[in-house]
Design a protein around this ligand. Sequence first.
Ligand code: SF4
Length: 129
Amino acid sequence: MRKMREELGMAILLITHDLAVVAEMAHRVIVMYAGQVMEEAKVEDLFEKPLHPYTVGLLRSIPRMEGDQGRLYVIDGMVPDLACLPQGCSFHPRCPEAGPRCRSERPLLQNVGQDRRVCCWLHTEKGVN
Ligand code: SF4
Protein backbone atom coordinates (compact mmCIF):
# COMPACT_ATOMS: atom_id res chain seq x y z
CA MET A 1 0.00 0.00 0.00
CA ARG A 2 2.84 2.38 0.85
CA LYS A 3 4.49 1.66 -2.52
CA MET A 4 1.24 2.32 -4.40
CA ARG A 5 0.69 5.51 -2.44
CA GLU A 6 4.13 6.81 -3.39
CA GLU A 7 4.09 5.67 -7.00
CA LEU A 8 0.57 6.87 -7.77
CA GLY A 9 0.52 9.92 -5.51
CA MET A 10 -2.64 8.64 -3.87
CA ALA A 11 -4.10 9.22 -0.46
CA ILE A 12 -5.21 6.15 1.50
CA LEU A 13 -8.03 6.12 4.00
CA LEU A 14 -7.49 3.29 6.50
CA ILE A 15 -10.18 2.27 8.95
CA THR A 16 -8.68 0.02 11.61
CA HIS A 17 -8.55 -0.88 15.29
CA ASP A 18 -4.88 -1.85 14.92
CA LEU A 19 -2.80 0.97 16.38
CA ALA A 20 0.44 -0.59 15.11
CA VAL A 21 -0.88 -0.22 11.56
CA VAL A 22 -1.89 3.36 12.32
CA ALA A 23 1.59 4.18 13.64
CA GLU A 24 3.21 2.58 10.59
CA MET A 25 0.99 3.92 7.81
CA ALA A 26 -0.82 7.10 8.79
CA HIS A 27 0.09 10.76 8.60
CA ARG A 28 -3.13 11.98 10.22
CA VAL A 29 -5.34 10.08 12.62
CA ILE A 30 -8.99 10.50 13.49
CA VAL A 31 -10.05 8.61 16.63
CA MET A 32 -13.75 7.78 16.66
CA TYR A 33 -15.99 6.53 19.46
CA ALA A 34 -19.68 5.68 19.13
CA GLY A 35 -19.71 7.15 15.62
CA GLN A 36 -18.25 10.50 16.68
CA VAL A 37 -14.84 12.07 16.15
CA MET A 38 -13.10 12.30 19.52
CA GLU A 39 -9.66 13.47 18.43
CA GLU A 40 -7.81 14.37 15.24
CA ALA A 41 -4.06 14.89 15.07
CA LYS A 42 -0.84 14.21 13.23
CA VAL A 43 0.18 10.64 14.00
CA GLU A 44 3.35 11.62 15.89
CA ASP A 45 1.44 14.10 18.09
CA LEU A 46 -1.26 11.58 18.86
CA PHE A 47 1.15 8.86 19.96
CA GLU A 48 3.42 11.27 21.85
CA LYS A 49 0.67 13.11 23.71
CA PRO A 50 -2.88 11.81 23.36
CA LEU A 51 -5.39 14.40 24.61
CA HIS A 52 -8.75 12.66 24.68
CA PRO A 53 -9.27 10.16 27.55
CA TYR A 54 -10.47 7.54 25.06
CA THR A 55 -7.28 7.92 23.02
CA VAL A 56 -5.25 7.72 26.24
CA GLY A 57 -7.04 4.46 27.11
CA LEU A 58 -6.50 3.00 23.64
CA LEU A 59 -2.78 3.72 23.75
CA ARG A 60 -2.47 2.33 27.29
CA SER A 61 -4.09 -0.92 26.14
CA ILE A 62 -1.39 -1.68 23.53
CA PRO A 63 0.55 -4.81 24.56
CA ARG A 64 4.25 -4.03 25.14
CA MET A 65 7.12 -6.46 24.67
CA GLU A 66 9.56 -4.86 27.08
CA GLY A 67 9.52 -5.40 30.86
CA ASP A 68 6.89 -6.97 33.09
CA GLN A 69 3.72 -5.11 32.18
CA GLY A 70 1.36 -7.14 34.39
CA ARG A 71 -2.26 -7.24 33.27
CA LEU A 72 -3.12 -5.43 30.07
CA TYR A 73 -4.99 -2.14 30.60
CA VAL A 74 -8.69 -2.31 29.76
CA ILE A 75 -11.10 0.61 29.34
CA ASP A 76 -13.90 -0.14 31.81
CA GLY A 77 -17.47 -0.57 30.61
CA MET A 78 -19.05 -1.26 27.24
CA VAL A 79 -19.54 0.65 23.99
CA PRO A 80 -22.99 2.29 24.18
CA ASP A 81 -26.00 1.37 22.07
CA LEU A 82 -25.78 3.80 19.13
CA ALA A 83 -29.58 4.09 19.07
CA CYS A 84 -29.56 5.21 22.70
CA LEU A 85 -26.43 7.25 23.39
CA PRO A 86 -25.97 8.61 26.91
CA GLN A 87 -26.72 12.26 27.56
CA GLY A 88 -23.69 14.57 27.52
CA CYS A 89 -20.39 13.13 26.36
CA SER A 90 -20.98 9.70 24.82
CA PHE A 91 -17.78 8.44 26.50
CA HIS A 92 -18.66 9.65 30.02
CA PRO A 93 -19.85 6.29 31.46
CA ARG A 94 -16.36 4.88 30.77
CA CYS A 95 -14.23 7.96 31.30
CA PRO A 96 -11.95 8.16 34.36
CA GLU A 97 -11.89 11.98 34.03
CA ALA A 98 -15.64 12.56 33.79
CA GLY A 99 -17.15 15.41 35.80
CA PRO A 100 -20.71 16.77 36.20
CA ARG A 101 -20.67 18.72 32.91
CA CYS A 102 -19.73 15.55 31.00
CA ARG A 103 -22.96 13.88 32.12
CA SER A 104 -25.23 16.70 30.96
CA GLU A 105 -23.57 18.65 28.10
CA ARG A 106 -22.17 17.18 24.92
CA PRO A 107 -18.73 18.58 24.09
CA LEU A 108 -17.99 19.78 20.55
CA LEU A 109 -14.93 19.06 18.47
CA GLN A 110 -12.65 22.08 19.00
CA ASN A 111 -9.28 23.24 17.79
CA VAL A 112 -6.59 22.68 20.40
CA GLY A 113 -3.26 24.19 19.45
CA GLN A 114 -2.04 23.84 15.91
CA ASP A 115 -3.46 21.31 13.52
CA ARG A 116 -5.25 19.37 16.24
CA ARG A 117 -8.84 18.91 17.35
CA VAL A 118 -10.38 17.25 20.37
CA CYS A 119 -13.92 16.68 21.62
CA CYS A 120 -13.61 16.85 25.40
CA TRP A 121 -14.50 19.33 28.15
CA LEU A 122 -11.04 18.83 29.69
CA HIS A 123 -9.60 20.87 26.84
CA THR A 124 -11.95 23.84 27.08
CA GLU A 125 -12.08 26.80 29.45
CA LYS A 126 -15.33 25.44 30.89
CA GLY A 127 -13.69 22.28 32.24
CA VAL A 128 -15.62 19.23 33.42
CA ASN A 129 -17.22 20.69 36.61
S1 SF4 B 1 -15.89 15.33 27.99
FE1 SF4 B 1 -15.71 14.49 30.05
S2 SF4 B 1 -16.43 12.36 29.87
FE2 SF4 B 1 -16.03 13.11 27.81
S3 SF4 B 1 -13.97 12.43 27.41
FE3 SF4 B 1 -13.83 14.52 28.20
S4 SF4 B 1 -13.52 14.29 30.42
FE4 SF4 B 1 -14.24 12.32 29.62
